[in-house]
Write a protein of this length. Structure first.
Length: 74
C-alpha cells in the first residue's frame, strides 16, 4: 500500500492519494492510515516529501494535514 501511495504522490495523482489514505482505517490503536502516511522510503522521505519534491504541493498538504489531524485529534 505504501508503494502505491509513493507512486501516486510522485505522479501528482491527488484522487488516487486521497483514495488510498481514506480507504484505510483512521481511528483506533495504531491506525493504518497514519502508519502509511508516516512510512519513509529508502531515502528517508515520506510520501508528502516526495510529492513536494515533484511540485505537488496540494498532495503534500493533504498528507501532512491528515497526519497532524490523526496525531493530535484522534
Amino acid at each position: 500500500m505504501s508503494r502505491e501511495l509513493f507512486e501516486a504522490a510522485e505522479q501528482g495523482d491527488y484522487a488516487r492519494v486521497s483514495a488510498i489514505i481514506f480507504g484505510l482505517a483512521g481511528t483506533g490503536f495504531a491506525p493504518q492510515r497514519l502508519s502509511v502516511i508516516d512510512r519513509r522510503n529508502e531515502d528517508g522521505l515520506t510520501a508528502a516529501d516526495v510529492a513536494e519534491q515533484h511540485g505537488h504541493v496540494e498532495i503534500a498538504e493533504l498528507l501532512r494535514g491528515e497526519q497532524l489531524r490523526m496525531e493530535y485529534f484522534e
